[in-house]
Design a protein around this ligand. Structure first.
Ligand SMILES: [Ca+2]
Ligand SMILES: [Ca+2]
Length: 315
């Protein structure tokens, strides 16, 4: 057994309960059934050569506010009462952590480059960014329930120039009554990360979500924005390609190599305990952490199932 967690109906570990374990998998994600919006206490243990993190989220899809527990191997951590998240947790995530890892703050890694690229793409268009991009993690989405993605979401304001010669509710708008209407909207790109070579993390857009608030011109705005968002995928993938170069990150870990990256919701948890680092409250929109487990050269050959010759050829 590696990471195990139990969720309880009542405080101090009372009432009905449900236990889950990661086994040897990196993640175990569970949509709570009868305990959804009933959880008051939670407890988790890491064992079997692994550290671990456990998250209880207030929404069904591993997002929203969360209570987290951080366990070094051999430790048990708990909330006897999850306080502000009482009777609100609906989905839970257990994560097996490696003993040696490097990590990247995904917001730091991605947000500025994304905002710059988006501003370029939107130049001259009646669309402007509303605030900064929000970076988060997406676990097991319905469009690809076996995988995990990094999401970068940007709120936008789209100006619709209703203009002259338009008719609104059958009333002709005169040229002097030029109307500009603002539509709040957003685009989100879900990005899949994997290791392409020993010095390169592949980061590619896998899914695009567009949202526009309701109104007279919602359909028009949505159609335009969706096609612009799709048009931007190529450019964004190019920018992500440059970000995926791990040479500098690797320089800090001499003679070590990375294996497949994985994601944690929010900021990197403080590990290991003692007490003050047993866990914390967070929000999936606080950010995300990209974790790169460290391997020796031999381990990375085994992990990736490729030959030494192939690794030697890698630039
Ligand atoms: Ca309860
Ligand atoms: Ca809830």
């Amino acid at each position: 057994m590696t990471v195990t967690a139990t969720f309880f109906e009542h405080e101090n570990f009372g009432g009905s309960s449900n236990s889950f374990t990661t086994g040897t998998a990196r993640y175990r994600g569970v949509h709570l059934g009868g305990l959804a919006n009933e959880v008051t206490a939670m407890r988790a243990t890491a064992a079997g050569g692994k550290d671990g993190n456990v998250y209880g989220f207030t929404n069904q899809n591993f997002d929203g506010r969360f209570a987290s527990l951080n366990m070094a191997e051999g430790w048990t951590c708990w909330y006897s009462n999850v306080g502000p998240l009482n009777d609100d947790i609906e989905s839970v995530l257990l994560v097996n952590r490696d003993k040696e890892e490097a990590n990247l703050d995904a917001g730091f890694w991605l947000a500025n480059a994304f905002a710059t690229k988006l501003d370029e793409m939107l130049a001259g268009k009646p669309v402007r960014r509303d605030g900064d991009p929000v970076v988060s993690s997406v676990f097991f989405p319905s469009y690809d329930p076996g995988r995990v993605f990094l999401r970068v979401k940007q709120n936008l304001v789209v100006e619709v120039d209703v203009g002259a010669n338009a008719e609104i509710f059958g009333v002709q708008v005169l040229p002097s009554d030029l109307i500009i209407d603002d539509y709040h909207s957003s685009i989100a790109y879900d990005i899949f990360l994997d290791l392409q070579s020993i010095t390169r993390m592949r980061a590619e857009v896998a899914w695009v979500t567009t949202w526009v608030e309701g109104g007279l011109f919602t359909d028009d705005v949505f159609n335009q924005l969706s096609s612009q968002a799709m048009d931007g995928v190529g450019e964004l993938n190019k920018a992500l390609g440059a970000l995926g170069d791990l040479t500098e990150v690797m320089a800090a870990f001499r003679k070590r190599f990375f294996s497949q990256p994985y994601l944690l919701p929010g900021f990197l948890p403080a590990m290991p305990p003692p007490e003050s680092n047993f866990g914390g409250l967070g929000n999936s929109n606080d950010g995300a952490t990209i974790v790169l487990p460290l391997r020796s050269l031999l381990q990375s050959v085994v992990d990736r199932g490729i030959s030494l010759a192939a690794i030697a050829r890698d630039p």
